[in-house]
Ligand binder design. Structure first.
Ligand code: E4P
Length: 216
């Protein structure tokens, strides 16, 4: 499973990039707004650090404006994947833009049928939002499992399931078990995935024991 970092914070991206485990980045307007920067500037900055798919979201609501915005955003950098929210206008835009070779991440997916339609329209990625479903009392993992099963049933579907709205390390394990192609992870969750108290305790014990002989 690929790991994308779900952030627009350039320092967090630079730190994570050094680990060699980050395959791409997802951003959204809320994440960019927190940074107080211009969207295009930040996308170009991120593209210098991570050489992989880089999702940048469109916000136009009307079809021709959405397609124009998506073409503009896609032209920023070859790695840009245009994020388009699910819906009637979204599907029409995905089908138009994908036929032009523009890569799309269909975002705000909360049902299997939404994911299936976005895949049929030509999305490169579909983003089911696990955490937000769980917040509402549903089980986001069922959505990932069902998407994975349906996409496997139809080998003609090449769309990747990008598990989003991840809230903790266990979510990452669960979406991998469920068959997601990608998990997009906030930086704090990536940090938590690295740590284990038994690792720390083991290192302390080895360091203490290593004092009994001369260092190499
Ligand atoms: C994904 O691309 C979204 O940016 C993100 O995962 C949303 O997560 P949230 O529900 O924590 O805002």
């Amino acid at each position: 499973m690929k790991i994308f970092l779900d952030t627009a914070n350039i320092d967090d991206i630079r730190t994570a990039a050094k680990l060699g485990v980050v395959d791409g980045i997802t951003t959204n307007p809320s994440l960019v707004a927190k940074e107080g920067v211009q969207y295009k500037d930040r996308i170009l900055e991120i593209a210098e650090v991570i050489d992989g798919p880089l999702s940048a979201e469109c916000v136009s609501l009307e079809i021709s404006e959405l397609c124009e915005e998506a073409r503009r955003v896609a032209s920023w950098h070859p790695n840009v994947v245009v994020k388009i929210p699910m819906g009637k206008v979204g599907l029409e835009a995905i089908s138009t833009l994908s036929s032009e070779g523009i890569k799309i991440n269909c975002t705000l997916i909360f049902s299997v049928n939404q994911a299936f339609l976005a895949a049929k329209a030509g999305a490169t990625f579909v983003s089911p939002f696990i955490g937000r479903l769980n917040d509402g009392g549903a089980d986001g993992m069922i959505l990932i499992r069902e998407c994975a099963t349906i996409f496997k049933n139809y080998p003609g579907i090449s769309t990747e399931i990008l598990a989003a709205s991840i809230r903790g390390p266990r979510d990452v394990t669960d979406v991998a078990l469920a068959g997601a192609h990608v998990a997009t992870i906030p930086p704090n969750v990536l940090a938590q995935m690295i740590e284990h108290p038994l690792t720390d305790r083991g290192i302390d014990a080895f360091l203490a024991d290593a004092k009994s002989y001369d260092p190499v």
